[in-house]
Design a binder for this molecule. Structure first.
Ligand code: IMP
Length: 447
């Protein structure tokens, strides 16, 4: 039995979809714990490609239960579209459960997100425009609409009447936008409520029950460590907590019930939206990574910014999430390069630093210190064992493991399931846990 968190070690889009899909095969339950329809993964079913934003891809396995936890924000319009798409393909959604205490993204959230980005001008964050920040802001401000509110028509009418009139003032006076019609919105959302009602439960209780029955649970993080509201590159972050700790808060589960944390990192780095990115590369090389890696967002189609692997960020992600191991994805994207750079440390104010600075202004001034590695100039996409990899590729992976101070358990060399090297079982292999400064493992956590 193992309860595992899978989390992005960079700025999101690390290829979590494929790794989660691989691990979902041995999971009985897959749970989303934060974020909303800003996330997205592409799945292919019977030769048909479509995009899921909220429903975990575990839904493709007939016996896997999928849950959308209380820390997520739910856009009912998008969720219902996903349900319809899946059902049209003959994929049952009866194993989906939605937390009754998750917050709901409303039309005014989307409008405010887009309008406020426009108003920020050069200070914009580069959000996905899906209303994520304003939904979480209402949650903190305690004016949010929760799924359980949707399920109560009389209460909802009253609550939304007040809220929409309040938001209309903001839409009109601050953003010069047309007013929303409360009646129209209320009727629309009452319709959504009836469609979603069969899925709505207390997911925290369901998860606890699954743990007591020794089920294997996979907690699927959306976005990535550096987009975390508290631990990422604030303010250029999302409004939730993708880090491993967020899985407990976002599902209603105690930390003692988590067995493993698996990090996912690309063999290089990408970022969408604004904000500092020390190892970003422009020009021809940036173009090569973007094209070979098909670096365009699933949700917005935006071109991702590309850069070299940043081991300072990697080490930081290992620390912040307590990662046991890493999965390195898209190694094959580097196949044709003559040389590959790896950022081993930063230069900040003329001094070398191995650590990610928590001060955003300092981070913006960091200059990467690179070590240049030789490329392997041959295709790796058919390799299925470490032994089959070219020596330079293996040396590159060993170097990343050494720098991030964590073992690499999985290497991904392409989009398909079989283009994968399983170095060690990420769930049942040796547990890393905490190392004391003298290098000995903390006894409680050692394997
Ligand atoms: P928001 O989550 O839409 O508010 O966007 C905030 C920041 O997070 C922006 O820089 C987005 O580009 C980024 N972001 C949000 N979701 C994702 C994702 O799934 N992958 C990568 N970046 C994301």
């Amino acid at each position: 039995m193992a309860n595992v968190i899978v989390i992005g070690a960079q700025w999101g889009d690390e290829g979590k979809g494929k790794i989660t899909d691989l691990l979902s095969r041995s999971a009985d339950v897959v749970v989303r714990y934060q974020g909303g329809v800003n996330a997205g993964h592409t799945i292919v079913v019977n030769g048909q490609t479509f995009k899921l934003h909220l429903i975990p891809s575990g839904i493709l396995y007939p016996n896997t239960e999928c849950m959308i936890g209380c820390g997520t924000v739910i856009d009912p319009q998008v969720l219902i579209k996903e349900l319809d798409q899946l059902e049209a393909l003959g994929i049952s959604t009866r194993n989906l459960l939605i937390s009754e205490t998750a917050h709901v993204t409303m039309p005014y959230h989307r409008l405010i997100d887009q309008a406020s980005e426009e108003r920020r001008g050069s200070y914009k964050i580069g959000t996905t425009g899906r209303g994520i920040g304003p939904t979480y802001a209402d949650k903190s401000e305690r004016t949010g609409i929760r799924v359980l509110d949707l399920m109560n028509p009389e209460g909802l009418r009253e609550q939304l009447e007040w809220t929409i009139n309040y938001k209309n003032v903001i839409l009109e006076k601050l953003y010069n936008l047309p007013l929303l019609d409360p009646k129209q919105v209320i009727d629309e959302y009452l319709g959504y409520a009836e469609r979603l009602r069969p899925y709505v439960v207390d997911t925290s209780l369901k998860i606890y029950d699954a743990i007591q029955r020794r089920r294997n649970i996979l907690f699927e993080g959306a976005q990535g460590t550096l987009l975390d509201l508290d631990h990422g590159t604030y303010p250029y972050v999302t409004s939730s907590n993708p880090v491993a700790g967020g899985a407990c808060v976002g599902t209603g589960l105690g930390p003692t019930m988590i067995d493993r944390v698996i990090g996912i990192a690309k063999a290089y780095t990408t970022r969408v939206g604004e904000g500092p990115f020390p190892t970003e590369i422009g020009g021809e090389m940036g173009e090569v990574l973007c094209t070979r890696g098909a670096e365009f967002g699933t949700t917005t189609g935006r071109r991702r910014r590309c850069g070299w692997f940043d081991a300072v960020i990697g080490r930081y992600a290992v620390r912040i999430n307590g990662m046991d191991c890493l999965a390195i994805t898209k190694l094959d994207v580097l196949d044709e390069l003559e040389q590959i750079q790896v950022c081993v440390a930063y230069e900040i104010d003329g001094e070398r630093s191995e650590h990610f600075p928590s001060n955003a202004r300092k981070f913006a001034q960091c200059r990467p210190i690179y070590k240049t590695m030789p490329g392997w100039k041959t295709s790796t996409s058919d390799c299925r064992t470490l032994e089959e990899l070219p020596k330079q590729a293996l040396d590159y992976l060993k170097f990343l493991a050494e720098l991030t101070e964590v073992p690499i358990a999985i290497v991904s060399l392409g989009a398909s399931r079989d283009q994968t090297i399983i170095v060690e079982d990420p769930i049942h292999g040796p547990k890393r846990g905490l190392l004391y400064q003298d290098g000995t493992p903390a006894s409680l956590l050692s394997a």
